[in-house]
Design a protein around this ligand. Structure first.
Ligand code: SAM
Length: 324
């Protein structure tokens, strides 16, 4: 049965605030302009290996597919803002990077008809396969699927009219390379729109689970604020600097408040430990009684977010960024 892509607006808990914007009619950098010198130097080396992130994503892709609807809807307003920013038109080509199961790009695909196409990509074969099945279920016929590292985009210069990337760029080890690659393949006047998580204190849906795990003496790999970590692009100025250095301009940045909703702590635990790669790996290796103890700690931590109906609403805070 085709997926319903006529999404309703999320409830009023969500709010979009335009934090900074610059007029869309600023001069845009021609695509054929030479890349800044330091990128030319950087790009001569091999991109940082993505074996670990690929393997982790392959491992959790089935859960992403199982929960595709709730994952998408949890940040649907960001996706809609991104697609509106790119403003896909019939006949155009839009690239989605780090697409996961693909829903954000699917919103654009419908707007590219007739004659246009979406190139849906991810570094993980299993995620790409999940996206392919999602498009088939939705009856979309103008989507091409490719496994691709955002650090090495396998497309010609100036070959796409728009680029989307929801919650992917934080996980790319060499982001400067990814931004330079996006600039290279985006045609003059085309728009990039992406989403990243804001700071941890505004994202208890993510931090509380991790804190509960840490409180029981377990450590997750990596620095959450360094490239590859979920908060590595949480600061607006870092995004502006990255875009500026890659030759993007007309930058717009919005803040999107939202919430993740769970019926119970069990549901929160089941969903998040299944879809978050490093957490899934760690939790898989723990005995059941240890998981139960962590869950108990988690339950007391999320008590302030309990709703009258008995479920939980944990705040989320994302940044939407667009540039040309
Ligand atoms: C948090 S998920 C987001 C998925 C989807 N965009 C969404 O918003 O639901 C991050 C995705 O980034 C992908 N990813 C990680 N590193 C990548 C890279 N270097 N190039 C392309 N995709 C990457 C992962 O495989 C994963 O599917």
């Amino acid at each position: 049965m085709p997926l319903d892509l006529s999404f309703e607006r999320p409830p009023p808990l969500f709010a979009v605030h335009t934090a900074t914007s610059s007029p869309g009619d600023e001069p845009r950098v021609p695509v054929e302009a030479p890349a800044p010198e330091h990128y030319v130097a950087d790009l001569m080396s091999e991109p940082t290996d993505v074996t670990f992130s690929r393997a982790t994503s392959d491992r959790v892709a089935a859960a992403w597919e199982r929960y595709r609807d709730r994952i998408f809807r949890g940040q649907q307003q960001l996706s809609e803002w991104m697609v509106d920013s790119v403003d896909p038109k019939p006949g155009q080509t839009v690239l989605e990077l780090a697409a996961g199961p693909g829903e954000t790009g699917f919103l654009a695909a419908a707007r590219l008809e007739p004659g246009g196409r979406l190139i849906s990509t991810d570094v993980s074969d299993a995620m790409v396969a999940a996206a392919r099945r999602g498009a088939e279920a939705a009856g979309l016929t103008n989507v091409e699927f490719r496994t691709m590292d955002a650090q090495a985009i396998d497309l010609r210069d100036a070959s796409v009219d728009g680029i989307l990337c929801r919650f992917g760029l934080m996980f790319v080890p060499e982001r400067a390379r990814a931004f330079a690659e996006m600039r290279r393949v985006l045609r003059r006047g085309g728009r990039l729109a992406y989403g990243v998580w804001g700071p941890p204190d505004r994202n208890p849906w993510l931090t509380h689970l991790v804190l509960a795990i840490v409180q029981h003496g377990h450590q997750l790999p990596g620095d959450p604020f360094a490239a590859g970590g979920p908060f590595s692009l949480a600061a607006p100025d870092d995004n502006r600097a990255m875009l500026d250095a890659a030759g993007f301009n007309s930058v717009e940045l919005v803040e999107i408040d939202g919430a993740q909703r769970y019926d119970s702590v069990d549901e929160y635990w089941d969903v998040q430990t299944a879809i978050s790669g490093p957490v899934a790996v760690l939790v898989d290796g723990l005995p059941a009684e240890e998981c139960a103890a962590i869950k108990e700690t988690l339950a007391s931590m999320v008590e302030p977010f309990r709703t009258d109906a008995g479920g939980y609403e944990l705040p989320t805070f994302a940044l939407g960024v667009a540039a040309s």
